[in-house]
Design a protein around this ligand. Structure first.
Ligand code: 13P
Ligand code: SF4
Length: 365
């Protein structure tokens, strides 16, 4: 989705790194406890060094909700994360995304119209009262609200297994999982389902490209969305890594393809990957399949271990990368002068339904 980010004034685009550092530092000091800067694990180091808290999307939103004295929450991450923070924080807290172009291409692969069309199409073939919608946290607030009003739940890469189990054991007998087919598929395999139990819903095709029999007989309907950063990792990368480091450990994010997860030693969320590296013994070698800024930071913070990206040509998450010091300085100096740039607000009715889906997840896990 294209969001309109106004051009930054020259003061910021032409500033030297030292000027930006001084301005950000001065604004942080002026704003004190009224300000909370959150840094997602995939942020670049120049931004991350200003973060008061680091974490995955859900952890950061929970921190914002607990820090009630933080009137301004600057979310150095992507759009859906800032929306989730706005949903979970109080009305007098304002959430700011330093660059509105920091979206998530995967979240944009499922929009409300397409999901509603899919739901209505499925209703012609199956009993949607027994179909449970599950949305990955990487999705718009409007989709979380859809899930909230249709008896489903949000999930993250850490708790997808528990949420899918809840959906099929207590809430219904079929699941529509969006927007990431890979997280859905990897989780379903983990739970013992096979390819025969899953079908791919392609929103560009009529009826998702599925026959009525496929709709009826699939326990898990996977939305055809993906993360372009994680989908790049291939089994060949693992083979190359193992040839170079025969005793190395391969750990990948579940947004990677199932073929990759099958040849990896471990698969898990960003927090899981961080824990694996933390807990590995000195001298360990780890080949990691996730966003490059996190991999590089893990390598820097563990000089006694070898931490490398599985893909030597890996590119960063280009939308996370939009957050930089000029944008950070611009929003912070705006706040000091009483102007809130780039506030992210979720309409109250959408937020209320989305909160139902988020709270359901928190009850499950
Ligand atoms: P987390 O939920 O672990 O923060 O991951 C978000 C993400 O975008 C992974 O690609
Ligand atoms: Fe979205 Fe992928 Fe970037 Fe995560 S890494 S924010 S899923 S595009």
């Amino acid at each position: 989705m294209v969001r309109l980010q106004e051009a930054l004034p020259e003061r910021y685009t032409k500033a030297s790194p030292e000027e930006l550092e001084n301005w950000i530092d001065a604004a942080k000091q002026r704003l004190g406890r009224r300000l909370l800067i959150l840094g997602h694990h995939y942020q670049r180091d120049e931004v991350m060094r200003w973060a008061d808290a680091r974490g995955d999307s859900l952890r950061l939103s929970s921190i914002a909700a607990k820090r009630k004295d933080a009137k301004y929450v600057i979310f150095c991450g992507v759009h859906f994360m800032a929306e989730a923070a706005d949903i979970l924080t109080s009305d007098d807290q304002q959430v700011v995304l330093p660059d509105l172009n920091a979206g998530c291409s995967m979240a944009d692969m499922a929009d409300l119209d397409d999901v509603e069309e899919a739901w209505n199409g499925l209703a012609q073939a199956i009993d949607v009262d027994r179909l449970v919608p599950i949305t990955y946290i990487n999705s718009s607030a409007a989709l979380k609200a859809f899930v909230g009003r249709n008896g489903g739940s949000v999930c993250t890469s850490s708790n997808a297994r528990a949420v899918l189990t809840w959906a099929l054991e207590t809430a219904g007998n079929q699941v529509l999982f969006f927007p990431d087919q890979h997280l859905g598929r990897n989780t379903a395999y983990q739970l013992g389902f096979s390819e025969r139990d899953m079908s791919l819903w392609d929103p560009r095709k009529s009826d998702g490209g599925l026959s009525e029999v496929e709709m009826k007989e699939s326990t898990i309907l996977l939305w055809k969305g993906h993360c372009s950063v994680h989908q790049r990792f291939r089994p060949e990368h693992v083979a190359q890594f193992r040839a170079t480091y025969p005793n190395g450990i391969v750990v990948v994010h579940p947004e990677c393809s199932h073929e990759l997860v099958e040849v990896a030693d471990e698969a898990g969320s960003t927090d899981f990957i961080i824990r694996m590296v933390d807990q590995a013994p000195p001298g360990a070698v780890l080949g990691v399949g996730t966003e490059i800024h996190l991999v590089k930071r893990l390598a820097d913070e563990h000089p006694d271990k070898t931490v490398v990206s599985l893909d030597p040509l890996v590119c960063p998450c280009s939308t996370m990368y939009r957050i930089d010091e000029p944008h950070l300085a611009w929003v912070l100096e705006g706040l000091v002068s009483g102007e809130v740039h780039n506030r992210i607000t979720v309409p109250a009715d959408t937020a209320a339904e989305a909160r139902v889906a988020l709270e359901r997840m928190l009850e499950i896990v």
